[in-house]
Design a protein around this ligand. Structure first.
Ligand code: GDP
Ligand code: IMO
Ligand code: MG
Length: 422
């Protein structure tokens, strides 16, 4: 039986998932997003075009693949409309290539307001949310109050909307948050009208039929495993299951229909927003990685925090996701370092451990590093494994040995073509 493959980020997001989904799409019939929403920013580059996708799956630029937005995704119609308009301007015929689950939840303007009010109330303890309304929308989903894409077709959609907004107003009043909803609503309702041009379907039936027919499916994750609501560095996480199991929930794929699990990681680490980051380099080395790697958020433009590769965290993510195949991104960014540090263990309660404990706060873990040789060569124009410097090959082998999973792709630049198959 053909099974669905899952591609996801193993760190704190922004690993380069969008680029790899675009590279792999020709091998698949269907690309399906299973969770998250416009907090995601997935960057693709080809033929000199750079494009950032937020809600739409990263297979959209290929002629044949069908792109599915699953029930686990939350959609802001306004941001979605902007994405559609940008794609239309590039000549992408989305009507034939994109379908949406009726069960996907809608982000209301008031969800965004509540996100902002809640972050403001947290003060210095704020999560560092992207302020896209993600947390409040998933809260309404689990609280059984949410509005779904399928509700748009209901004759009393407006009543349902108003009822939910009344609840939200109470929360906003509680926060003493000032807002002007009348300014936001016209664009939201206009975008809802545009959304109606797309096909709303029961994606769970569609996906399962496709599996039966032997079609090849790639489920595209957003965020990363260390931002998972259950297994991430809580409470500094997002509000969905970003791990492999999220693809089952977010698309209706049974666990025994999951095939390869492709884990994407950077050759170093980054994190945007608040929360613990054991290997963070809050110094000139971190700044050098940020500048060379252009580590600024694709969604919010915020500077990403940078640090060395964290093996205990990577092993944790590999275990929880059942990763069968790794892809290492941004190797080119480390070209200018004589030596690299790799965190192989933590000191936790006076003991040397190689797993991720309950808390990775600085008070609880101190990273232990091994130093390895760097490479000086410019990798960005290399076209095959044979061209790669031996020190980079050694770095790859060293990581493979530590984590016991093969690395099948090394990425050496943002463009589609800057991809080395190992
Ligand atoms: P995603 O959220 O996982 O899809 O990743 P983002 O798009 O948010 O961030 C990854 C950034 O790195 C984007 O700007 C990509 O264009 C860029 N990128 C991806 N792979 C590579 C690579 O191998 N080298 C370099 N230098 N940049 C890369
Ligand atoms: P992609 O798919 C990196 C982070 C935010 C914040 C926390 C919670 O591009 O990898 P939220 O808006 O979800 O309530 O924010 O999660 N975050 C991301 N960081 N990449 C992302 O997505 C992210 N989506 C959310 O910065 O710390
Ligand atoms: Mg991103």
């Amino acid at each position: 039986m053909i099974k669905a493959d899952v591609l996801l980020g193993l760190q704190w997001g922004d690993e380069g998932k969008g680029k790899i989904v675009d590279v792999l799409t020709p091998k698949y019939d269907i690309i399906a997003r299973f969770q998250g929403g416009p907090n995601a920013g997935h960057t693709l580059e080809f033929n000199g075009i750079k494009h950032v996708l937020h809600t739409i799956p990263s297979g959209i630029f290929h002629p044949t693949a069908l792109n599915v937005i699953g029930n686990g995704v939350v959609i802001d119609p306004v941001i979605f409309k902007k994405e559609i308009d940008a794609l239309t301007a590039l000549g992408v015929d989305f009507a034939k290539k994109l379908v949406i689950s009726k069960r996907a939840h809608l982000i209301l303007p008031t969800h965004r307001l509540i996100d902002a009010a809640s972050e403001a109330a947290k003060g210095k303890d704020k999560i560092g949310s992207t302020l896209k309304g993600i947390g409040p929308t998933y809260m309404d989903k689990t609280g059984r109050n949410g509005l779904r894409v399928g509700d748009i077709e209901s004759p009393n959609f407006k009543d349902k909307y108003n009822a939910l907004v009344e609840k939200h107003k109470q929360i906003l009043d509680f926060h003493k948050y000032e807002y002007n909803l009348a300014e936001l609503e016209p664009a939201w309702f206009a975008a809802i009208e545009e959304l109606k041009n797309l096909k709303f379907i029961d994606t769970e039936h569609f996906i399962n039929d496709a599996i039966k027919k032997g079609q090849k499916i790639l489920a595209e994750g957003a965020q990363g495993s260390l931002l998972d609501i259950d297994f991430g560095s809580y409470p500094f996480v997002t509000s969905s299951n970003t791990i492999c199991a999220g693809a089952c929930n977010g698309l209706g794929i049974a666990p025994n229909r999951i095939g390869n699990v492709i884990g994407i990681f950077k050759a170093y680490c980054t994190r945007v927003g608040s929360g613990p980051f054991p290997t963070e380099l809050d110094n000139e080395v971190g700044e050098k990685i940020r500048q060379i790697g252009r580590e600024f958020g694709a969604t919010t433009g915020r500077a990403r925090r940078c640090g060395w590769l964290d093996i205990p965290a990577l092993k944790y993510a590999i275990a929880i996701n059942g990763v069968t195949e790794l892809m290492m991104m941004k190797a080119d960014v480390l070209s200018d370092f004589d030596t690299l540090e790799v965190c192989t263990h933590y000191i936790h309660k006076g003991e040397k451990i190689d797993y991720l404990p309950f808390s990775i706060d600085p008070a609880d873990v101190t990273p232990v590093y091994e130093t390895v040789k760097g490479w000086a060569e410019d990798l960005t124009k290399m076209t095959s494994k044979d061209a790669l410097p031996q020190t980079l090959i050694d770095y790859v082998k060293y990581i493979e040995k530590l984590v016991e999973v093969p690395i099948s792709i090394v990425s050496i630049g943002p463009d589609r073509t800057q991809t080395i198959f190992m």
